[in-house]
Design a protein around this ligand. Structure first.
Ligand code: PGA
Length: 262
């Protein structure tokens, strides 16, 4: 794991955006895994800026989103379809045919999940997966005790996640869907690079458990310790519970220039 501690969410997000831009410039047919929630908003704003001001070209890029609520239509205000189009896709030159987001209204959910897995394989696998972490340590919507071998499937949200996400549903927990479709942990681990973003004091415990705790399905994101290319972008507030924070800063500051892709 590479732990990149930046002063604030904006500079952490900009560093992650640079890693994505580098890939897209080198490989216009790159396959990106996308995430939703509050965390990636700065990252998406920076990618939009790079598209508009620097001509970053997404016309041949393919995307796969991590997850979607079950029971929300694509145009529901809180669906992750809507989130992605509102916050990124409408503002860049992505080809809509290349966008993949799990279908929360699928009538045959197991079939839709296995088709999603097949589509990822057919696209050549995910080059860079963007991730966030839940305050309960989830990654995607893989809640605690999710199998590390899991693939795209239905999951039940924890009460903690429902409470955390109620802010998007006017604070009303009863409006938050209980079920979702999420890429599995096995799916995420197949990505060639994982970029995890976590900002704010509220994420500090989950970040410490992910980075320095034991690898355990009770903290699903801790599996990233086993990923060969996982970069963790955090701000100072999210870094407060890391025992080796000084070491991570020292390592990042001392990186040879040719390695500084983020
Ligand atoms: P957040 O969610 O970005 O809204 O904090 C992250 C997550 O639940 O994975």
């Amino acid at each position: 794991m590479e732990i990149i501690i930046k002063n604030d969410a904006e500079s952490g997000s900009n560093a992650a955006a640079r890693a994505i831009a580098k890939l897209v410039r080198e490989n216009p047919n790159a396959v990106l895994g996308m995430a939703t929630g509050s965390t990636p908003l700065n990252l998406y704003n920076e990618l939009i800026r790079m598209h508009q001001e620097e001509g970053l070209d997404f016309s041949s890029v393919t995307t796969f989103n991590l997850d979607e609520y079950i029971g929300l239509s694509k145009d529901h205000e809180q669906s992750y379809h809507r989130f992605m189009w509102d916050n990124l896709f409408h503002h860049i030159n992505i080809n809509p045919d290349n966008v993949h987001i799990p279908d929360g209204m699928a009538t045959d959910i197991p079939a839709a999940c296995s088709a999603y897995e097949k589509a990822i394989v057919q696209a050549g696998g995910i080059d860079i997966q963007v991730l966030g972490i839940g305050s309960d340590g989830h990654v995607g919507f893989n809640e605690p005790t999710s199998s590390f071998a899991s693939r795209t499937r239905i999951k039940t949200l924890t009460r903690q996640t429902v409470a955390d996400n109620a802010r998007f549903f006017e604070g009303d927990e009863s409006q938050v869907p209980r079920h979702c479709i999420t890429m599995g942990i096995g799916t995420i681990m197949n990505a060639r690079m994982n970029l995890m973003l976590a900002f704010g004091e509220g994420k500090s415990e989950a970040v410490a458990a992910m980075v320095e705790g034991p690898v355990s399905s009770i903290v699903p994101a801790s599996i990233l310790q086993h990923h060969p290319t996982a970069k963790i972008f955090i701000d100072e507030a999210a870094a407060t519970k890391l025992r080796l924070a000084d070491y991570y800063r020292w390592t990042y500051e001392g990186k040879p220039e040719w390695q500084q892709d983020a």
